[in-house]
Design a protein around this ligand. Sequence first.
Ligand code: SF4
Length: 211
Amino acid sequence: MHTIRENHKENYQKLLDRKLEEIKSKERVPTLLLHACCAPCSSYVLEYLSEYFAITVLFYNPNIEPEDEYRARAEELKRLIREMPFRHEVVYLEGNYEPERFHAAAAGYEEAPEGGPRCARCFRLRLKEAAEYADRLGMDYFTTTLTISPLKNAQILNRIGAEIAESCSAAFLPSDFKKRGGYQRSIELSREYDLYRQNFCGCVYSKSIEK
Ligand code: SF4
């Protein structure tokens, strides 16, 4: 019985659908702190979620190195937000660039393959920061663009988000943005806005296995 539960795969897109239905039936537009990893992944997520939320996009990615790469991704995200049309307000916010925090979180797991325990630690670091910003700003929800990537495990990301939400006042918004063609749509939008698409996830360890 216990094993079945542990192996259970939640459909996080369905959970998001339910939440969005609930939101639609209310008059007030809720606020969302959206952790964003880069412009291409944010394009579809912003197109989708700005229909329902007033969004503050948080670029907090101490995992990205070298710093030039970090700056290039941040600038591209700012440009996308300036150029895309949105139904509700979308504002950009940048966190601190502190790669030492990422290296402390990844310590001991430098050689782990992408998708393994180093990535779970990297997700936790970024989601925790997003939750703290959401609380400080009095936002209703927080979430991340990361579930759009076919290389990121939505089960792990959503479990970490829900766990972090237990100790903060903002609610975690579940997602699996790669469902319903989200990833494909992000490629189309990247072409449309001529976005820079990096070919590695972000950290030095993912760069050494460049695809
Ligand atoms: S591969 Fe990506 S998710 Fe994994 S630790 Fe590196 S930057 Fe973070």
